[in-house]
Design a protein around this ligand. Structure first.
Ligand SMILES: C[S@@+](CC[C@H](N)C(=O)[O-])C[C@H]1O[C@@H](n2cnc3c(N)ncnc32)[C@H](O)[C@@H]1O
Length: 330
């Protein structure tokens, strides 16, 4: 299935693209946002995606754009390096549409889906430790923390214990093997959501260091945006949204709400952002009807002020196992 861009009209309104400006689309995917931004104004777009599989779509858009578009394979946390390598310094807008694309979810061989049998992979970039490595090498406690914090799975300990028992006899290499062990551990009746949904979400966030990437990207965006430049972010679950909300509210000089895993961050000197809207913007009922993937989307946007960027917020990093734990031991 082709990826249908989520909240495209709202993203374009928030970004307010204008001629002569330079934008970063940090999550190129199927190119829905990049294409629309290039059509909205005579501007330039630097697309970033860490998935090498999106390259052909990027090449097509590059040809069609008359030199106004380039695609760079990189994690979006490296956006400052990407811009520097393109010979730039500041940009006028940055958009991020977090999570995985429909193409990634639909291709069984990428290993994101419990509904399809495939290798237990889940790496957007195809590099680094895979989901199978995590399941094989992390301790029971680490697995439980990942499922609980990143997956918001209440039965995380039971799931982790079942995995550790099973892996001693039968190592996990496929998505369906993991999904069936998790489903048995979670138990209960099959409801609308598959019982392995939360465990798979937790594992995917861990394997791709999704929240660490987001915290580093927010800080990089703050450094890269010129005054009046716009930051537009679409999130798909509460962990992501909480990080974006806490970051932007603090940077806008408003009280930031904390939580046990993501404590409140200190007020800084001068606001480096002004919020475009106080509350997150949500998709219309019509959009959710046509594209159910949009149902949990939230858009937050802010305008860069002239104040200097603040130091990166260490406290925004979730208090949960991080990928460095596996990278260090590989
Ligand atoms: C939801 S899709 C974006 C869809 C896109 N807005 C469109 O309209 O087609 C997310 C894309 O971002 C990429 N991505 C996710 N996290 C990333 C990261 N930290 N760095 C670079 N790319 C990332 C994924 O590989 C995926 O292709």
């Amino acid at each position: 299935m082709n990826h249908v861009p989520v909240m495209l009209d709202e993203v374009l309104t928030a970004l307010a693209a204008r001629g002569g400006a330079i934008y970063i689309d940090g999550t190129f995917g199927a190119g829905g946002y990049s294409r629309a931004i290039l059509s909205a104004a005579d501007c330039r777009v630097i697309g970033i995606d860490r998935d090498p599989a999106v390259r052909p779509v990027g090449d097509d858009l590059k040809r069609a754009s008359g030199g106004r578009f380039v695609l760079v394979e990189a994690p979006f946390s490296a956006m400052r390096d990407v811009v520097a390598e393109a010979g730039g310094h500041l940009v006028d807008g940055i958009v991020l549409d977090l999570g995985v694309s429909s193409m990634q979810l639909d291709q069984a061989e990428r290993g994101f889906s419990f509904a399809k049998s495939g290798p237990l992979d889940m790496r957007m970039s195809g590099k680094g430790p895979s989901a199978a490595d995590a399941i094989a090498r992390l301790t029971e406690k680490e697995l439980a923390d990942i499922f609980y914090i990143y997956g918001e799975e209440k039965k995380s300990r039971r799931v982790a214990a079942a995995i550790v028992r099973e892996r001693a006899e039968n190592p996990f290499t496929t998505t369906d093997h993991l999904a069936s062990v998790v489903a048995k551990a979670v138990g209960g009746k099959h409801t609308k959501t598959h019982p392995a949904t939360r465990t798979f979400q937790g594992l995917r966030i861990f394997v791709n260091d999704e929240l660490g990437e987001l915290v580093r990207a927010l800080s990089a965006a703050e450094q890269l945006l010129s005054p009046l430049g716009r930051l537009v972010i679409v999130t798909f679950h509460s962990l992501e949204d909480r990080i974006v909300k806490t970051f932007l509210r603090a940077r806008a000089g408003l009280n930031a709400g904390g939580s046990r895993h993501m404590p409140e961050i200190e007020r800084g000197p001068e606001p480096s952002f002004r919020l475009l809207t106080r509350k997150a913007i949500e998709p219309s009922a019509e959009e959710i009807n046509v594209n159910p993937r949009a149902r949990s989307a939230k858009l937050r946007a802010a305008i860069r002020t002239e104040a200097p960027a603040w130091p990166i917020d260490i406290s925004l990093f979730p208090n949960a196992p991080s990928l460095s734990r596996l990278e260090a031991s590989s």
